[in-house]
Design a protein around this ligand. Structure first.
Ligand SMILES: [Zn+2]
Length: 714
């Protein structure tokens, strides 16, 4: 074999051999990297994946670029090592070179890997040394073994492309992607075990391979590696396309009881306050589609969300309980966020047991997560992770580094998946759902939530932006406004509100598309369609900005429209409605028993209910706890008729008459002591009677931080 490449006329052959070795090392490395970073994640985490063709196109392009670039780099490295390695080993230039060409190619893979992990390691010498320990050891072994052909053969079991690739990639993939939430020591143990297993398998296979063979020459065979690389690569790409196009809906249990029952469609427009929608009288026409929808549905004029931010408010919708009872809230001193109580069946679980097929398509990935229990009962639950987030929690993948450079710079709009893609994902699941009714479809849109970057013409529909705030700028502004250090300028307020209204208008356009699709699928008429929001948003009212801060109307008054099955006429209800009413409303519509523990009542279709009280709560939030000490208090509001009493631990009480003072400017507690006393008594009785069902279970801050890594704190 050595005579094949030795000698003067062997130049072309030498180039060929160098490229061949390099292609073997890089081809296998690229195939495994592609499998781990592109093909497997959507399979392992189907809940966190929303189809997006750019994902596949960029991945395949990076895969090809990696093989081509790597092959050239590896061949050059082999060539150089061949030239210099002879000097290191004090050999004559005419000595066999095959081992050195292979060694150089293998070294190039390890060196590039070391570059990726080195660049990512934390600051300081120790983290760098730790992250480079394995690649440096492997690189030294590969180079040293390749200096001598006999040695190269002896160590081939450790220096071949398969062992090197698996040792480099599978180990960090295991602890960063598969066990990201395990304690550090378990990660170290898993990583070490994987390494031992890879080495042991390599040695074992090598022993088996050698049995019966004569140990003459440098005769290791590369065909197996090449076939494996080609096979893995094709399998990964093909698998990717199957995942991309496939919609797998698990059939629900016994469906016979459900036949003839209405479909339930729940649409939550995250962060939309009622008074910024034209269907509730806003002077900007932000919601033309909802106005049309209102012509054949019931509009609840006084709908109040049970809480002022996403997790507790959605939990109230899905359990029919107030926060005090379901416990999905921060407990800052204990450093936990409560999750949906296991003992309470969610809306989805009840419907599933009734024979409904269930699908969720959700843009608020940070809080409506599996960890908090929101996916319970769903046959399909798509948490739409944008590129930027999907990329973040992963092992050191060269393929991803290349792909990142192939894509345009990350735009701030990719913090949440845009409404257009959410609608697309909802339409994808709608077809299989419509084939076997009844079904429950839940869609959550984030286009009105910060950073509110709807596409044009919506971004500039109500005012062209004078500047685009970065995440950091926005956060700085919010904190200083909420601390009372400054107020929003007229220009800032105008900008923020224009983007918000544009976001709502874009979302409304998406609702129009969704409604049309429901009509086309023939399910529009026979469905109970609920459109609402989980909380509002402040733009400087009472020196507050954003949400999760108070129980004033800007935070808790939300739109609520319900189209009952077969409804063709508009209706309007002025009586109070709450997020906790949606669960019993759905139960009644599907003929399921309404649990006695529920706080809400089934909503009326045509008229108002007689007097009853509804409540809204605000608990302090993690980041704000430290940043805004004056907000470290629980606030509660009780609503009855047009009265609203706000009680906070520190600020004492305020009473408002919303019929005369919808913006809560005039505290009338001094003028109406009787009303205030009655309301206070009701509120304290309500508090006393509600025992938390959850106990101390929750998720810790680290888990949540990883999920909401693109939240406010950067
Ligand atoms: Zn929300």
């Amino acid at each position: 074999m050595s005579d094949r490449i030795a000698g003067s006329k062997g130049f072309a052959a030498q180039v060929g051999r160098a490229l061949s070795w390099s292609a073997a090392y890089w081809g296998f490395y690229a195939a495994v990297d592609y499998c781990l970073s592109d093909a497997l994640p959507p399979l392992l985490r189907p809940a966190q994946y929303v189809p997006d063709s750019s994902y596949w196109n960029a991945g395949v392009t990076a895969f090809i670029a990696m093989i081509l670039g790597g092959a050239i780099l590896g061949a050059a490295a082999g060539w150089l090592w061949n030239a210099s390695g002879n000097a290191v080993a004090k050999q004559r230039a005419s000595e066999p070179r095959e081992a050195k060409l292979a060694g150089g190619a293998g070294f190039s893979v390890i060196a590039v890997f070391a570059g990726v992990v080195g660049a990512r390691s934390g600051r300081g010498v120790l983290p760098l040394a730790l992250s480079l320990a394995l690649p440096v050891t492997l690189a030294a072994l590969v180079l040293w073994a390749s200096l001598n052909e006999g040695r190269a053969r002896r160590f081939w079991s450790l220096t071949n492309p398969v062992t090197i690739t698996l040792a480099l990639l599978v180990r960090p993939w295991l602890y960063q992607d598969i066990f990201p939430d395990s304690p550090r020591r378990w990660q170290v143990i898993a990583s070490a075990l994987a390494l031992v297993l890879i080495v042991a398998c390599s040695l074992g296979l090598d022993r088996i391979g050698r049995r019966g063979k004569t140990a003459a020459g440098f005769d290791f065979d590369l065909r197996g590696v090449r076939y494996a690389a080609v096979f893995l690569g094709l399998l990964a790409v093909a698998g990717g396309f199957v995942v991309r196009s496939g919609q797998r809906l698990i059939a629900a249990g016994d469906a016979s009881n459900a036949i003839g029952k209405p479909n339930i469609i729940l649409i939550v427009m995250d962060t939309v306050r009622a008074d910024h929608t034209s269907v509730y009288g806003y002077d900007r026409d932000t919601t033309p589609n909802l106005r049309r929808f209102a012509a054949e549905s019931t509009l609840y004029r006084n709908a109040i969300s049970a809480a002022n931010w996403t997790a507790p408010s959605h939990a109230s919708i899905f359990t029919g309980m107030y926060t005090l009872r379901h416990g999905v809230r921060y407990d800052v001193p204990k450093n936990t966020l409560g999750k949906l109580p296991d003992a309470v069946p969610t809306l989805t679980e009840v419907l599933s047991r009734q024979g409904y097929r269930t699908a969720g398509v959700v843009a608020n990935y940070a809080f409506l997560s599996d960890q908090l229990g929101f996916s319970r009962g769903f046959d399909v639950y798509r948490l739409a992770l944008p590129w930027m987030v999907f990329e973040q929690s992963l092992y050191p993948s060269l393929l991803r580094e290349i792909r990142r450079r192939l894509l345009p710079p990350v735009q701030k709009e990719s913090i949440y998946v845009s409404g257009e893609k959410m609608t697309g994902a909802a339409l994808d699941v709608l077809d299989p759902l419509a084939e076997r009714q009844p079904f429950f479809l839940f869609v959550n849109y984030m286009d009105a939530h910060w950073p509110r970057a709807p596409p044009e013409p919506f971004r500039s529909l109500f005012a062209a932006p004078s500047q685009n705030l970065s995440m950091k700028q926005y956060f700085g502004l919010m904190v200083s406004v909420n601390r009372g250090e400054r107020v929003l300028t007229e220009q800032e307020r105008r900008d923020l509100v224009a983007a918000y209204d544009g976001g709502i208008a874009f979302l409304d356009q998406q609702l129009g598309i969704l409604f049309d699709a429901l009509r086309r699928a023939g399910v529009y008429d026979h469905s109970l369609i609920i459109v609402t929001s989980d909380h509002g948003e402040a733009f400087g009212e009472r020196s507050l900005m954003d949400h999760g801060l108070s129980v004033y109307q800007d935070q808790v008054r939300v739109p609520l429209l319900i189209k009952y099955p077969g409804q063709r006429e508009p209706a309007e209800v002025g009586a109070l409605a709450s997020g906790v009413d949606l669960y019993p409303t759905v139960m009644e519509a599907v003929g399921a028993p309404v649990g006695r523990y529920l706080a809400g009542l089934p909503l009326d279709r045509m008229s108002g209910r007689t007097t009853r009280a509804v409540f809204a709560e605000s608990y302090p939030e993690w980041e704000m706890w430290n940043l805004l000490p004056h907000l470290r208090q629980t606030k509660r509001a009780i609503f009855r008729d047009s009265w609203k009493l706000i009680q906070s631990a520190k600020d004492s009480q305020a009473l408002y008459d919303l019929s005369a003072d919808s913006k809560e400017n005039r505290n009338v507690i001094g003028e109406q002591p009787q009303v205030a006393a009655e309301m206070e008594a009701l509120l304290s009785a309500w508090q006393k009677n509600l025992a938390p069902v959850n106990g101390p279970s929750g998720i810790d801050k680290g888990t949540l931080d990883r999920l909401k890594s693109l939240g406010y704190v950067q």
